[in-house]
Design a protein around this ligand. Structure first.
Ligand code: BGC
Ligand code: BGC
Length: 623
């Protein structure tokens, strides 16, 4: 149970050799430079700075005339940035069309790139297919599947007109107490390298100008998953002065060789796959903000790796460089190599300050030209500058939005990512003809918990967050025979007499630093639900829905079978496939599973003699 699975490692190695160097974009971004140069020569300083400015849709569209006055080159919807008209496919598409039409009414009519966090499907939009989060996809070890998911995600994003996602996240989380652990494919940089590249290939396709492609964004560069835990007030966050454990946006204390070894591979492969954009991270590296580091942004990424696309700052990240001097922070970041600033509400401030910095000679014109060249390269590559092509949304794509075909792919991802960790007395697969199955636990009938954070809301939400999917309870009811009775109680009561009990427990949704935790043991209601089903004297299957491994050492003896599905998304049927024998489990852990909190951080990069997990990286049973 403890041994590192050498077979799995070999498998990954073989795949990586096989996928060696398949660049996704047929053309280099710099091959558009002749057209870019021509356009650049017609642009005023204001028009150039506008290309570098990315406000949130709400603030900028809420101020009529600002899109034109500031020559805005890009707009985003953050985690809580629904259309004013409400959240529907129609309203999102109308919102995109409106922002695009405004951009096209400027002197040079340069279309905007509209960016959004489509991080597990088009995850802000009601009715979209929500794929499993990356931690679960890591358990599939299947780059072909991840590429297909990228393709379908791109298609659903394009259905709303939007052409840019802030994904894939190629973070390599080293400490599962971090609230962003689930955004990473794995603690293993090698798996991240392979799946990150596959995701870029899927989203961008073989040609960025394909109207079904979107431009990808590898994030968060670099070392976001390598920060060390702090117990202190968290500066600059809503939780303000509260003393607590936090890792998010912290400091990554590593020498450059280790930083490169663990945290760079995902960017090397993304750049090789032709990724159009990269997002520098909030965190610091040995005390220096990534967004302020010329070494990281210009020397390593652009000069050494040859990245030809553009860098987009994280949400208000430039402000953090020196909270007392915004103008100075802009100067540092742009001179370090930042090309576009994500400035949700403060876009006027950014615009005016950057303009002044250029006029004062503090930011050289050559740097502005380089930034705008990089942004325009991506726009040309995507066919945005093609006058014969409409830049408005293609509403024909609405037909396949959230379609059964798209859901079938998500279901496949769910069954391939569910990891079987214990199966005593061959409890699984459960017979579809069992007389009665009792379900329990807070996540048995909760699509919001299945989907986790970054789903409709920034923080996600428990409950019925989005239409069209299948909860685990619904999936089980649909899978069993007509004669089988399926009963359910939240707390596990009433399980007596059932053939088997299935208890679905774990975490409620969270995102970013809000999910940093010093305690990953199961909550009392989960413990009670398991105990109640156990008391009924029937076989107990425990299914964990969570953004990371949790501490289950104490409850494991009560479970005859134990499975981890992580955050599977909307298609609960994939779990039923594994429970009832329609799919023999193949999922392998993408993270090491600790016995206790005091072992953390625990991962395959720590010294071998300290590595003593409950379930090792790569572990996973079948039947
Ligand atoms: C997150 C990014 C995200 C951005 C836009 C930031 O807070 O760190 O991952 O892309 O917001 O929503
Ligand atoms: C936004 C997110 C963003 C976060 C940054 C939220 O209000 O909706 O997109 O990532 O703030 O802290």
């Amino acid at each position: 149970m403890k041994s590192y699975a050498p077979a799995a490692a070999l498998f990954v190695l073989l795949i990586s050799i096989q996928l060696g160097c398949v660049p996704s974009t047929s053309k280099k971004l710099s091959s558009y430079d002749p057209q870019v140069k021509e356009l650049l020569s017609q642009m005023t300083l204001e028009e150039k700075i506008g290309q570098m400015t990315q406000p949130e849709q709400g603030p900028v569209l809420g101020n009529p005339g600002d899109m034109q006055k500031y020559f805005i080159g890009s707009v985003l919807s953050g985690g809580d940035s629904d259309p004013a008209e409400g959240n529907s496919l129609q309203a999102w598409t109308d919102l995109y069309d409106r922002a695009q039409s405004e951009a096209m009414s400027t002197r040079l009519a340069i279309p905007i790139l509209y960016g959004i966090d489509a991080v597990h499907g088009h995850s802000n939009v009601l009715g979209a297919v929500m794929f499993p989060h990356n931690i679960a996809l890591g358990c599939t070890r299947d780059p072909v599947l991840v590429e297909k998911i990228g393709r379908i995600t791109a298609e659903e994003v394009r259905a709303t007109g939007i052409q840019w996602t802030f994904a894939p996240c190629v973070t390599v989380p080293q400490d599962i107490r971090w609230g962003r652990t689930y955004e990473g494919f794995s603690e293993d940089q090698e798996l991240v390298r392979i799946l990150g590249e596959a995701a870029v290939r899927g989203m961008q396709g073989t040609d960025l100008s394909n109207p079904l492609s979107i431009v990808a964004c590898a994030k968060h560069y670099i070392g976001d998953g390598g920060t060390s835990a702090n117990i202190a007030p968290r500066p600059g966050m809503p939780s303000g002065g509260k003393v607590r454990l936090w890792l998010d946006q912290g400091d990554t204390k590593l020498d450059e060789a280790e930083l490169r070894r663990i945290h760079l591979p995902g960017y090397i492969s993304a750049v090789r796959a032709g990724v159009g954009t990269i997002m520098p991270s909030y965190n610091t590296w040995n005390g220096v903000r990534c967004s302020a580091s010329k070494r990281l942004l210009t020397e390593i990424l652009k000069e050494e790796l040859g990245f030809e696309g553009f860098l987009i700052s994280d949400y208000n990240a430039i402000n953090q460089i020196n909270p007392k001097d915004y103008k100075g922070s802009i100067e540092i970041s742009i001179n370090a190599g930042m090309d576009m600033a994500m400035v949700p509400t403060g876009y006027r401030d950014f615009f005016n300050n950057l303009k002044a910095l250029v006029e004062e000679g503090r930011v050289p014109m050559s740097r502005i030209d380089d930034a705008v060249t990089r942004i325009l390269r991506v726009k040309f590559a995507m066919g945005l500058m093609d006058k014969n092509r409409s830049q408005l949304a293609d509403r024909k794509l609405h037909q396949s939005f959230g379609s059964p075909e798209h859901r079938a792919l998500a279901r496949e991802a769910v069954r391939k990512s569910t990891v079987l960790l214990r199966n005593d007395n061959r409890i699984l697969p459960i017979s579809k003809k069992a007389a009665r199955i009792h379900l329990a636990g807070k996540s048995a009938d909760d699509i919001g918990n299945q989907c986790g954070g970054w789903t409709i809301k920034w923080q996600g939400q428990s409950g019925n967050v989005t239409p069209g999917g299948t909860t685990i309870l619904q999936a089980i009811k649909a899978a069993v025979s007509r004669e089988t009775q399926v009963t359910f109680s939240l707390d596990g009561s009433g399980a007596e007499g059932a053939s088997v009990g299935i208890v679905v427990v774990g975490e409620r949704p969270y995102a970013e630093g809000i999910g940093d935790r010093s305690d990953l043991t199961l909550g009392q209601e989960d413990v009670t639900a398991i105990a109640n089903v156990k008391k009924a004297g029937i076989p107990v299957v425990v299914l964990l829905i969570s953004g990371r491994p949790m501490i289950v050492t104490d409850i494991l003896p009560q479970a005859d079978a134990f499975l981890a599905a992580f955050l599977p998304g909307t298609e609960g049927q994939g779990i039923a496939d594994v429970l009832f024998g329609d799919y023999r489990p193949t999922g392998k852990l993408s993270f090491s599973w600790p016995k206790s909190m005091d072992q953390l951080p625990l991962n395959i990069n720590i010294p071998k003699d300290k590595y003593d997990p409950l379930f090792a990286y790569g572990y996973g049973l079948s039947y």
